[in-house]
Design a protein around this ligand. Structure first.
Ligand code: NCD
Ligand code: ZN
Ligand code: ZN
Length: 430
């Protein structure tokens, strides 16, 4: 294995220093480190070294929709975005609701070698919302599943949600809820408000999200288990989670990059690239989720990278699929929305995009400070770079980015997974 001496990087939360990587680990951090004879030196002057990013919410689409993404292409896109670990959502075909499917996804991740893949298991059989899946068998499998979600659909049956929370308590698992009251969002196409009326698109009220979040926080308090809220998007949701945390109730929550930056006005174009679940909300909501992420009410940023092929997006709004890709743009959007606005420091970014998601997902090799003895999972970022997003240049198999044409700050220069570069000069190594 090649050793690497990274010189002159700004170590996040610390000083400018050199990093020596060998044998899958960070061997030393300090100034004036000497490179061993066989080491390759990387000049990182002007770059920030962050712990490898961890995405708790990625759709890799394999098995079943390999035309949209595969474990290989999705994790390669993740590496380009600075991620060293991704949690793969269960809404595949077949659904990841058995030990067999989660082991397959986990193994494909190992073979690809771009990022560690932690499969998320479905909560219910076939994500049908009627019967608990084999949660224990998935937990005991080689994939060691610790996070379960019916994402794409809500576990709306309160009794079933209660039983899921109780079941995973035995092994310290987490239920990640896609908070969407189905009866309040029947046929919903975009955020409910004056604009949905004007555009003639069925509205998706904030209360459909907030009612489930409130219910599940109370349910989880009753059970004493672990609840995580997927892609929280409204001001009211932030207020509910903030109040719950103040009362000492246990809950964690995520926000996506797109909900930190984009608003519902984009739907006026009727371009389905802006169609997503939950929908883009108002300026007030965007301000509230930014504040919530800044003050720790919202624990983490997760991409909800949702690739779709052209034929599912290049059609009439109401017929189009929900979702947008986000792995390759996440860090730039967070820099733009949160760092350049002084709402977060880079140390906070490491917390929200690496330490905390790794802790919630129990990925112990990831989310570790850049210190001697830690696994060499890290990313070098040039915060001074500017880049214009071009969908055709995406590493993902799909092109449905809502940031096309935007100029965003920051560029991932290199990513290392256990001491091996997965990205050099901004490009995947293979
Ligand atoms: N976010 C989306 O709009 N779509 C996701 C499902 C989901 O995250 O709910 C997908 O799988 O395409
Ligand atoms: Zn979802
Ligand atoms: Zn999702």
């Amino acid at each position: 294995m090649t050793a690497y001496l990274i010189t002159g990087a700004k170590i996040v939360g610390g000083e400018v220093a050199d990093l020596l990587i060998d044998n899958e680990e960070i061997v030393a951090v300090g100034t004036g480190l000497q490179a061993p004879a066989d080491a390759e030196t990387i000049d990182a002057t002007g770059l920030i070294a962050l712990p490898g990013l961890v995405d708790l919410h990625t759709h890799l689409r394999e098995p079943g929709r390999e035309d949209a993404e595969t474990v290989h292409t999705g994790t390669r896109a993740a590496a380009v975005g600075g991620f060293t670990a991704v949690f793969a959502m269960a809404n595949t075909d077949p659904v990841a609701d058995t030990a067999g499917v989660v082991e397959q996804v986990w193994r494909l991740g190992r073979e690809a070698g771009y990022a560690d893949v932690y499969p998320i298991g479905a909560v219910t059989v076939g994500r049908q919302g009627t019967q608990l899946a084999e949660l224990g068998a998935m937990a005991d499998s080689a994939a060691r599943v610790r996070v379960f979600s019916d994402d794409g659909d809500c576990v709306w049956d309160a009794a079933l949600m209660r039983r899921a929370l109780e079941y995973v308590k035995a092994f310290g698992g987490t239920i990640a809820q896609h908070a969407q009251e189905p009866r309040l969002t029947k046929g919903a196409q975009m955020n409910e408000g004056a604009l949905s009326g004007v555009l003639g698109l069925t509205g998706w009220p904030s209360v459909a999200e907030e009612a489930i979040i409130a219910r599940d926080i109370l349910l989880n308090h009753h059970v004493g288990s672990k609840l995580h809220i997927c892609h929280l998007s409204t001001k009211g949701s932030v207020e509910i989670v903030r109040a719950a945390k103040r009362r000492g109730l246990d809950v964690t929550a995520e926000v996506t990059p797109h909900h930190l930056l984009l608003t519902e006005e984009l739907a006026a174009s009727y371009d389905p690239v802006y169609k997503v679940n939950p929908p883009l909300r108002t300026k007030e909501d965007v301000e509230a989720v930014r504040e919530g992420l800044a003050d720790g009410t919202i624990d983490i940023v997760a991409t909800d990278h949702a690739p779709h092929p052209v034929e599912d997006k290049d059609c009439e709004w109401s017929a189009a699929a929900f979702g947008m890709i986000g792995l390759e743009t996440a860090l730039s959007v967070v820099q733009h929305a949160m760092v350049d606005t002084k709402l977060l420091t880079w140390a906070d970014v490491a917390d929200r995009m690496s330490y905390r998601p790794a802790a919630i997902g129990q990925a112990s090799d990831h989310g570790r400070p850049l210190e001697a003895g830690a696994p060499a999972n890290l990313v070098l970022v040039d915060p001074a770079a500017q880049r214009t997003i071009v969908p055709e240049q995406s590493t993902s198999l799909s092109r449905n980015t809502p940031f096309a044409g935007m100029t965003l700050p920051g560029q991932v220069v290199a990513t290392f997974l256990r001491g091996t570069p997965t990205v050099r000069d901004g490009k995947p190594v293979r």
